[in-house]
Design a protein around this ligand. Structure first.
Ligand code: ADP
Ligand code: MG
Length: 677
């Protein structure tokens, strides 16, 4: 059987089921073999009823004491009951609405039952809707697959079994020395045992091999995207140190942490090897200034810089901030976003190409094909977690081994950093600019709105500014007042006579820009906004952040939002408004009220959401993984990294014939086109 055979040609799979398979991403026989079980049922370990621990899933062998009885229950449904015994213990069985159970279970016969043990109100052990086997599943570890409508785990199991029976040995792609060095089983063994494990040891071996494969391919792919090796040199070298000159231009002195980070980055950039540095610092720690110092040096050394931000609001803000800092120098700064007009774009691109623009700030518009730099010396990415690996790589490919600085408020575990940035170095801004006070945080119920409004007004009257953030409005969210209406409502009631502004995602970029400008200049006192405000916005005179329906936001998001205030010297307040009663929301609020430490919050967020979610591909831009978990499979990851580096060292472009299949797998994981030879 050919792995590219379409799934609909399998026995028992018609067009409808093929459709269902397709929903799960399975279109071919090959994809079916890569559709791994999400869990296993252990039918090989039969537990005596009296020893079966409540709350766990187990396999019980027992004789049916009487034919199942049927009882009607409200809602036109019915319930069947029976009990089984293994000679020593009794187990009650309950089934809901199961028409076939009477025919399936015969009095006096023996079956295997698999399910979760619970205890009923009389203290007797029971199983609700267990799986039943006439004994044919004895001694087996059975796979459980993710399901979808019209496709049961059992059917997937049957199909997979059919394919495995009909296919000869699954061909190996991994070089034999890598298999030997890392004590890995063959691919054939791994695939067969991930679906139908001979034993739990065999399952572990299979898992290890498949996890290794995935991380190895991921790592190789990233290495070849970067196409960087240790001995790499660059011509983008800082010869002249103009840092002191830059400091002299600032209205304040940099913090010790900022100076240290700038020094570290400058050392990289003057070394002759390209910099690859992550700048990690909590919201408000002043990362932009570090970038500005390096951009200044880069320009003074005759090279260009690119500064990429995830949103237009942020790109525009950076443009204003940096233009101000560089005002009076000969550094020419341009802004390129998706909403620049065609004419503007043409002129800006020309300036980038002929080198008259020293600094280009923009959104991902600056990685478009037709943007060419004359001499790109430094590529900065702000809020790195918002970009994909490929986007960052595209930015650095705009030059010849430019220096790379990525900035982030979200701490990432070192292993993940290694994967994403390879041999990255890290600078940490662990110090806030002087005079900052901790933002006070409160969680209040909706009933307190009047008091919140009065509190805001008191501050507006003193000349301060404030934000009110509402969650994004989705269809069917009838309980949420859309930001627009809410703004109108506030303007006509509590805030009559005050200057309100509205910012939301559907606005044109020019409108957004105007609103942000007016807020920055103080023309707008109270900004009502959706989450577009979340990333990086910096208006130090704003001292109150009200977050409506706060239960709708994740912990890191709440922290990011709170980071919009507390940026000046005045005491700031963050008010979380919510009537939510669920424990998870309450726990988030609790953490928010207790701490302002971003590292601690990221850690809690990770714990609460689980790594799969936190490090889902949306967060870091990596391809999604099927079986490996970057956070927990660290040991295998290190092994895979070593092996990947070895391959790259001998065959950097993966051109040797024995690496052909590896390369095919990389292309598949990253989507064709990402990895160029
Ligand atoms: P983030 O790290 O969140 O990107 P920003 O770079 O936006 O932080 O800086 C936050 C605010 O702190 C800005 O208003 C900036 O001007 C100010 N700032 C940065 N460094 C200093 C400093 N050394 N002293 C005083 N204010 C500073
Ligand atoms: Mg920032």
């Amino acid at each position: 059987m050919d792995f590219s055979t379409e799934i609909k040609y399998l026995k028992g799979v018609g067009p409808a089921r093929a459709e269902a398979f397709s929903k799960l991403g399975v279109d071919t026989v090959g994809a079916l073999l890569r559709f791994y079980p999400r869990a296993y049922e252990d039918w090989s370990n039969i537990i005596p009823i009296r020893q079966a621990p409540p709350g766990t899933e187990c396999c019980i062998r027992g004789v049916v004491s009487y034919a199942p009885t049927k009882v009607r229950i409200p809602g036109g449904k019915f319930l069947s009951k029976t009990c089984i015994t293994d000679g020593k213990g009794i187990l009650n069985l309950v089934f809901f609405n199961n028409k076939y159970i009477g025919n399936m279970l015969k009095e006096g016969e023996e079956y295997l039952f698999f399910g979760k043990i619970t205890v009923d109100k009389h203290g007797i052990r029971q199983m609700v809707s267990p799986l039943i086997s006439k004994g044919e599943d004895k001694d087996r570890i059975r796979p459980i697959y993710p399901q979808t409508a019209g496709l049961s785990s059992k059917l997937t199991e049957k199909c997979t079994m059919q394919v495995l029976k009909n296919c000869k040995e699954i061909p190996e792609f991994m070089p034999p020395e890598i298999l030997a060095e890392n004590d890995l089983c063959s691919l054939d063994f791994a695939i067969r045992n991930i679906h139908f494990p001979e034993s739990f040891e065999a399952l572990d071996k299979a898992k290890k091999r498949l996890i290794f494969d995935e991380l190895f391919i991921l790592q190789l792919g990233l290495l070849s995207i970067k196409n960087r090796t240790d001995e790499e040199k660059t011509d983008m070298v800082l010869k002249k140190d103009c840092t002191e000159e830059f400091y002299a231009r600032l209205p304040f002195s940099p913090t010790g942490a900022q100076k240290r980070a700038i020094f570290e980055a400058f050392s990289d950039m003057s070394s002759g090897e390209p910099m690859n540095r992550l700048l990690q610092g909590d919201v408000g720690s002043g990362k932009t200034l570090v970038a500005a110092a390096l951009i200044y040096n880069t320009a003074k050394n005759g090279m260009q810089s690119a500064f990429m931000a995830p949103t237009e609001v942020l790109a525009e803000q950076h443009f204003r901030t940096l233009s101000k800092i560089f005002d009076g120098t000969d550094i020419k700064t341009v802004l390129l976003t998706g909403s620049s007009t065609e004419k503007e774009k043409r002129e800006i691109k020309k300036a980038i190409r002929d080198g008259s623009a020293d600094l280009v700030i923009g959104t991902h518009a600056i990685i478009q094909n037709d943007v060419e730099f004359l001499r790109l010396g430094l590529a900065v990415t702000d809020e790195q977690h918002r970009f994909g690996v490929a986007q960052r790589a595209a930015l650095s490919k705009k030059g010849q081994n430019p220096n790379i600085l990525v900035m982030s408020a979200t701490p990432i575990p070192r292993t993940l950093g290694l994967i994403i940035y390879g041999d990255l170095s890290v600078s940490v801004l662990d110090e806030l600019p002087p005079g900052r006070q901790k933002t006070e945080t409160y969680c209040v119920s909706q009933a307190l709105h009047e008091r919140i409004y009065n509190f805001i007004k008191k501050h507006l009257d003193k000349g301060y500014q404030a934000y009110i953030v509402c969650p994004l409005v989705e269809e069917g969210d009838s309980d949420l007042i859309p930001a627009q209406e809410y703004c109108k409502f506030l303007q006509n009631t509590a805030f009559r006579g005050y200057r309100l502004g509205l910012l939301h995602g559907q606005m044109k970029s020019k409108e957004k820009d105007n609103i942000m400008r007016d807020f920055e200049s103080g023309k707008i006192q109270l900004l009502v906004s959706t989450v577009v405000i979340e990333v990086g916005v910096d208006v130090p005179n704003a001292v109150i952040m009200v977050i409506e329906n706060a239960e709708r936001f994740g912990l890191s998001q709440l922290h990011q939002l709170r980071g919009r205030v507390g940026r000046g010297n005045a005491l700031s307040t963050c008010i979380l408004v919510s009537d939510a009663q669920n424990d998870e929301a309450k726990r988030r609020f609790d953490i928010m009220c207790k701490t302002t430490d971003g590292f601690l919050i990221a850690d809690e967020d990770l714990k609460m959401r689980g790594p799969g979610d936190f490090f889902g591909s949306k967060q870091h831009g990596l391809p999604s993984l099927r079986i490996a978990d970057i956070l927990t499979d660290t040991k295998i990851l290190e092994e895979a990294q070593k092996s990947a580096q070895k391959i790259i060292a001998t065959d950097g472009k993966l051109q040797l014939p024995e690496h052909k299949n590896i390369k095919r797998r990389i292309d598949k994981m990253f989507g064709n086109g990402y990895v160029k030879a």
